[in-house]
Design a protein around this ligand. Structure first.
Ligand code: SIN
Length: 327
């Protein structure tokens, strides 16, 4: 039987002729739902490519951690199993410590300041800072400012003491809870709902769109409107895949990514507002607004994290980020 297989294969090749090259397949893997800024951006990219590069490039979008979880997608990309992804900026710290700037608590005053920093010289240079590790940043995509949620109301930093919070795989994010006397638990995004539902953890931090689309609000009775940090993304590809593309296809794909990112960014703020309102309307979770005095307490409690990571991130980079608040 073993002798027959190669002969059969040869015969099949003779009859059908040499295999014709199919389209270039781009697997776009991400972990969030489709009704989020990232989900919408990925689907828009697929639609643009289908319209402009039909027959030449096919995009397959895998949302909701269907293909790879957020702790595996960059490794998969380097192995050629995924071609495009958009992990949150916190997931890049093992490739470049400068990216930890985005995790410092209370650094950026709002999403407009984040955008100014990303569009500035330092932010743009960071897109190229992982080339030697095999990754190229193609653009920044917004989700939004993060809120803290828990089973118990969080008005003051002392309310977080002794609680367990899930964080992404970032030392800065872990440190921001540790300075409050809380425990930080690094876990993949796909596990957060179950961890909350089973009360293996007490709370988490996420922007409105993730809290809404992943139903965290159904298992977290209190959400405090802290806006204490940002959760944005970098659309990223592997250097090997990107450089190996024919020039005309690469140029067309770059244009499609830029347009899809612009679209994702244009819906992010509105989506955050809508999802916040939908959570309030559900009555499942109480949204707690901080008074200016309470907010100042959170800032004072978490600011020491900046000093802790200043050498690793770079004092001048922190200053550039702060300058983006003032324009
Ligand atoms: C994401 O928005 O891609 C996931 C964020 C998280 O891990 O909390």
């Amino acid at each position: 039987m073993r002798k027959w297989l190669p002969a059969a294969a040869l015969l099949a090749a003779f009859i059908t002729g040499p295999a014709t090259a199919g389209p270039i397949v781009i697997k776009f893997s991400h972990v969030v739902a489709e009704n989020t800024p990232k989900g919408k951006m990925a689907n828009r990219f697929k639609a643009l490519v289908e319209e402009r590069l039909a027959g030449k490039v096919a995009v397959e979008v895998y949302p909701n951690s269907q293909l790879f979880g957020d702790n595996k997608v960059l490794e998969a990309m380097l192995l050629g199993d995924v071609q495009i992804g958009a992990p949150s900026l916190s997931k890049f710290s093992r490739y470049t410590s400068s990216m930890e700037i985005f995790d410092l608590p209370f650094l950026f005053k709002d999403l407009h300041a984040v955008e100014r920093f990303q569009k500035g010289e330092a932010g743009q240079a960071m897109l190229d800072s992982m080339r030697d590790k095999g990754l190229i940043g193609l653009g920044y995509l917004h989700n939004g400012m993060k809120q803290m949620s828990a089973y118990t109301p969080l008005h003051k930093p002392s309310d977080a003491k002794g609680l367990k919070f899930r964080v992404q795989t970032s030392d800065v994010l872990a440190a921001q809870f540790e300075v409050l006397g809380a425990t930080a638990v690094k876990k993949p995004f796909s596990e957060v709902f179950t961890l909350l539902q089973t009360k293996a953890i007490d709370g988490t931090e996420n922007p409105w769109s993730n809290t809404y689309s992943k139903k965290f609000f159904e298992v977290q009775p209190y959400i405090t409107e802290t806006d204490h940090g940002v959760l944005d993304y970098m659309v990223v590809t592997s250097t090997e895949f990107w450089q190996g593309l024919p020039d005309d296809i690469r140029a067309e794909l770059k244009k499609a990514i830029e347009e899809a990112v612009e679209y994702g960014n244009s819906v992010a703020l509105e989506q955050a507002g809508q999802d916040r309102q939908a959570i309030i309307d559900s009555g499942r979770s109480e949204v707690i607004a901080l008074t200016p005095e309470e907010r100042a307490e959170w800032v004072d409690a978490m600011r020491p994290v900046w000093k802790q990571f200043e050498d690793r991130i770079g004092k001048d980079l922190i200053e550039k980020a702060l300058a983006a608040n003032n324009r």
